[in-house]
Design a protein around this ligand. Structure first.
Ligand SMILES: [Fe+2]
Length: 215
């Protein structure tokens, strides 16, 4: 008897997407980097709602300006990787809102499976909290994505304090949750200060809307 079950694609994580990835080099290796159009196709594939797309575009705007400033300082950073990582950092958000789970961990796993680029995936998996030493020379790319996320509340670029004030108000229901939010806030400020020292710029004073961080 013939089965009436729908055919399951061999690899559901590999949709046919427009535009082949560009190639970039960082950390002495060459990785494939999805173009912006490819990232948008992945948003479509994973059903990303418009407000998360708008948020992700702003995070990419901040992260890319920080990356360009790093490049100008002679750091070996690939701006295309930073852009793709920032655009994909919330790829698993809507799935986890609907079904539960940790959106950065799941998103990082998806990003690795979809792109084969571990540096890009590192930016996704650690965009909420950085569990290692804040060593910008070693971890410039993932920390730009984390920093970009900490400067965007919904789809607005704001100072870190404003974003965390909003988080405490919305999610700070217990002392434990409030303490977790405060500790993430302190780490975000430390990372901002470290970027400021390295790039010789006051990042807190920059709104990332009027032109570029690089003069
Ligand atoms: Fe985000």
């Amino acid at each position: 008897m013939q089965s009436t079950r729908p055919k399951i694609p061999m690899s559901p994580l590999w949709p046919s997407l427009p535009q082949p990835p560009v190639v970039g080099a960082e950390r002495g290796q060459t990785w494939r980097i999805p173009s912006e159009a490819r990232c948008v196709a992945l948003w479509d594939r994973f059903d990303m709602p418009e407000h998360i797309r708008a948020h992700s575009r702003k995070v990419a705007q901040v992260a890319c300006q920080v990356a360009e400033a790093g490049l100008k300082m002679g750091l070996p950073v690939c701006v295309d990787t930073v852009r793709a990582s920032a655009l994909l950092h919330d790829l698993a958000k809507i799935y986890c809102i609907r079904h539960g789970g940790n959106h950065s961990q799941l998103g990082g796993a998806w990003a690795m499976a979809l792109t084969g680029n571990p540096l890009l995936a590192q930016g996704v998996i650690h965009h909420v909290y950085w569990p290692f030493e804040v060593d910008l020379r070693r971890f410039f790319t993932p920390l730009t994505v984390l920093y970009g996320d900490k400067r965007v509340a919904h789809d607005q670029i704001v100072p870190i304090e404003q974003r965390f004030g909003d988080l405490v108000e919305r999610y700070g229901k217990t002392p434990e949750i409030r303490e977790r939010i405060h500790s993430t806030n302190r780490q975000a400020k430390d990372i901002e200060d470290a970027f400021g020292r390295l790039l010789e710029k006051d990042l807190n004073a920059h709104d990332f809307n009027r032109g570029r961080l690089v003069d």
